[in-house]
Design a protein around this ligand. Sequence first.
Ligand code: SAH
Length: 219
Amino acid sequence: CIFVLMNDSKYIGLRNKLVAELKSKGISDKKVLGAIGIVPRHLFLDPVFRDKFAYEDSAFPIGEGQTISQPYTVAFQTELLNVSKGSKVLEIGTGSGYQTAVLCELGVKVHSIERQKNLFNSAKLFLNQNGYRAQLYFGDGFKGKPAFAPFDGIIVTCGAPYVPEDLKFQLKVGGRMVIPVGDKDVQQMKVISRLNNDDFKTQTYGDFKFVPMLKNINN
Ligand code: SAH
């Protein structure tokens, strides 16, 4: 028990350092920083890599050629999403489930889609075991989740070749989608806001590099 406590306090210290680093890089939303300060990112990594990499501000492989996003990117996208407790959010690319957990920590009702069966299975098990209640789906993120639309926010955590029309129209009026758009080497972070039934506004932020958003399940 003492070991567990010591172990945990070590990670608390590392998380606090990570939060300070994100602040120094320009993340200012207190709730977002608070959530990053709580979610045990080390548990989302293979135990072998935990101590060295869990609280480094970098992306890390999670298997199946995919990565757990860099903490700065998670914080930046979550800040842009601008959601509050009780908001309904659709995430594309569950991956490790880390971004999902950060949103859950903010009190968001999360629906998240993953196209790789193995990642879907492991994230589902893992999030459940750790008390993160999110609706997880195995499927194609390009189609969104019409049955549960409209959403206050949509967050795409893979690099999209273009903004999928289906996703735009699953936003509530007043809602926003945070999506990195570009080719496989670099994407621009975009915020698409739904102004009314037909009109959208697009804002563009900096360059990022995500794993690609792919069509067709399991290839
Ligand atoms: N949010 C994740 C990021 C994982 S990387 C995290 O915090 O760990 C992006 C994920 O998007 C990968 O798991 C990849 O399999 C998934 N993905 C790629 N194309 C997709 C699509 N069309 N629909 C749903 N998920 C997709």
